[in-house]
Each structure stands twice: as C-alpha cells, then as structure tokens.
Ligand binder design. Structure first.
Ligand SMILES: NC(=O)c1ccc[n+]([C@@H]2O[C@H](COP(=O)([O-])OP(=O)(O)OC[C@H]3O[C@@H](n4cnc5c(N)ncnc54)[C@H](O)[C@@H]3O)[C@@H](O)[C@H]2O)c1
Length: 292
C-alpha cells in the first residue's frame, strides 16, 4: 500500500497523518474547515519534515487516488455515513477505515456498496505515542481487508490487534470502563472517597498492569484461586447497565471535572495542564523502559 488519505484534521487526524507520513507513505490530509486544515498540516509536517503531506478540502479529490483512507472526523454516525458513501463512490478500490471510538463500523459503512473493504482502526490518543491500533471487523469486512489493514499498521510501526466482532468499546475501552464503573460505584456507595480509589489503583493493580495483563495474571495466580475470588466478589460488583446516577448528578450540576475546576476532585488553575505533562512523561517513560 502506498498513498494514504486521512480525513479530518482535528486532535486525532493531524497526528495520524504525521504517524503515517513518518513511516514513508505520501499522505493527503482532508479537512473541511480551512483553519483546521492549515493547523493540521503544520502539525503533521512538523512530525514528519522529510515526508510528502498534501492538504485539500475536497473529499473526492483527497481520497481519489489513494490505497487506504483513515477517517477521523466528528463522532456522529449520520455524518460519518455520508462521508463513507461519498468516499465509496470517489474511490471504488481503497480500504476505508474509521477511527471511531464507539460507533459500529458495520453502521458507518452501511452505504458503501462494497462493505468488504471497510474496517475499524481505533488508534488511542496520542496516536504517535500509544502503540495499539484495534483493527475491527465489521459485519461485511473481508479477511483480505483485515489482513492488509493489520499489515499496514504493523508496517508503520504500530502494534495492531484484531478485534473479530464489532462490539461497542472494542477491547480496550470495554476493559477501561468496566473499571471506571466500579470506581464510581465505590465512591457513590460511600465505600471510600474518590482520592482513595485512585491511590489504591495506582499503588496496586496500576503497578502491575503495564507488565502483566489480567489473563496472564489469572493464570499466574492460578485459575482455581481466580474462580474462588470470583465466586466471592462478583455478586457484589456493580453491574448496572446504565451510567451511574451519581455521575449524572455531577454532570447536571456542571461539575465536569478538570475543565470546570470541579469533578470528583477539585482542580485549581493550572492543575489540568500539570496533569497532561505528568501523564505524557509517565507514558513516555514506560515506553522507553519497555523498549529495553
Ligand atoms: N480524541 C480522542 O481522544 C480520540 C481517541 C480515539 C478515537 N477518536 C475518534 O477520532 C475521531 C476524531 O476525533 P477528534 O478528537 O480528532 O475530533 P475533532 O473534533 O478534534 O476533529 C474532527 C475534525 O473533523 C473535521 N470534519 C468534520 N466533518 C468533516 C468532513 N465531512 N470532512 C472532512 N473533515 C471533517 C472537523 O472540522 C474537525 O477538524 C472521532 O471519531 C473520535 O471518536 C478520538
């Protein structure tokens, strides 16, 4: 595969363009808002100064001659469906991928005549740092599309994984939000305060998870023990099928977290920026440690 188009030059799209271009593919960045296109091109070119990165506001021109498209526009099913219908006609052969975090690729690709060439490619933010790309099979995705998309992602230096069913949240976000649901429930039911939840996570499972995932860990401690623990604990773990009323209440009160100064915690001026720096440094340190 050679030429690649990235559609949408927002937070994700501009960095995706940089990641793909850095690996040596000519990239066309497609964006409908002129200021976003200019800013996106500048960011992508800064990440890959030696590479060819063009920009256009025309979807038809941008995706016309490429081998693979990665869509990273707003998270809105109807808008994505329109875009995929347009792209399907503008380029009858390319692999069409969506970076959607939660929308089913099966529905996004509904109006593409040949849905066998559509797949999900869920990058994590920031896409230049986080290694995993979840390659998601929709109802019509062919084996060939799965294989070529997987191969492409490995070729640009990402760590692709196959998600064989189009389930909401794929693999990573399902696991993450199973934990967040229980974290919020522990606070809502008065078992501990919000600070304690994070203190416990960071100083217990958080220390292990970067090295040993839950499946290996279950084998490691023994499946008989895991079974006994599950018999004792699972009946009392939160299994609400909807968002917590406690979370709804905070949102209704305008307590949206770092951006409003209050969420579960209090965020003084500058705390959000400090958290971003802290998080990025930690991720980079772990990646550097893992590389050795
Ligand atoms: N932000 C994240 O952390 C994150 C992580 C993983 C996946 N995603 C997914 O990636 C996608 C993009 O997210 P984002 O945070 O970069 O959004 P964003 O709002 O920052 O950027 C979206 C861009 O797409 C442009 N756009 C909208 N419609 C368009 C069209 N028809 N043609 C061309 N450009 C169009 C917008 O002008 C905007 O610049 C979403 O599907 C989102 O769910 C986001």
């Amino acid at each position: 595969m050679e030429g690649v188009a990235v559609v949408g030059a927002g937070l994700m799209g501009r960095r995706l363009a940089g990641v793909v271009a850095r690996a040596g593919h000519p990239v066309t960045l497609v964006e409908v808002v002129p200021e976003a296109l200019d800013a996106g091109l500048a960011d992508a070119r800064a990440m890959a100064p030696e590479s060819t990165i063009d920009g256009t506001s025309s979807v038809v021109d941008g995706v016309g001659g490429v081998d693979l498209v990665i869509e990273a526009i707003v998270e809105d099913l109807a808008i994505k469906q329109d875009l995929f219908a347009t792209m399907g006609e503008a380029n009858p052969g390319a692999i069409l991928c969506s970076n959607s975090s939660v929308l089913p690729i099966t529905e996004i690709a509904e109006r593409v005549a040949d849905g066998s060439r559509c797949a999900g490619t869920h990058f994590w933010n920031p896409p230049d740092l986080i290694p995993i790309v979840e390659v998601v099979r929709g109802a019509r995705t062919s084996d060939d599309t799965m294989d070529r998309t997987y191969g492409f992602m490995a070729g640009i230096g990402k760590l692709p994984v196959r998600v064989e069913k189009d389930v909401p949240g794929f693999v990573g976000n399902r696991l993450q939000h199973a934990l967040w649901r229980e974290a919020i429930d522990l606070v809502a039911t008065g078992v501990c305060d919000p600070e304690t939840v994070d203190l416990v996570v960071r100083n217990t499972i958080g220390l292990r998870l970067g090295e040993m995932g839950p499946i290996e860990n279950a084998d490691y401690v023994g499946l008989d023990l895991t079974l006994a623990i599950h018999e004792a604990v699972l009946p009392s773990i939160c299994r609400e099928p909807h968002a917590s009323p406690y979370l709804r209440e905070l949102v209704a009160k305008g307590q949206l977290g770092a951006k409003t100064g209050h969420g579960f915690l209090t965020w003084p001026d500058g705390a959000r920026e400090q958290a971003a720096v802290r998080l990025s440094a930690h991720v980079q340190q772990q990646l550097a440690d893992n590389a050795h």
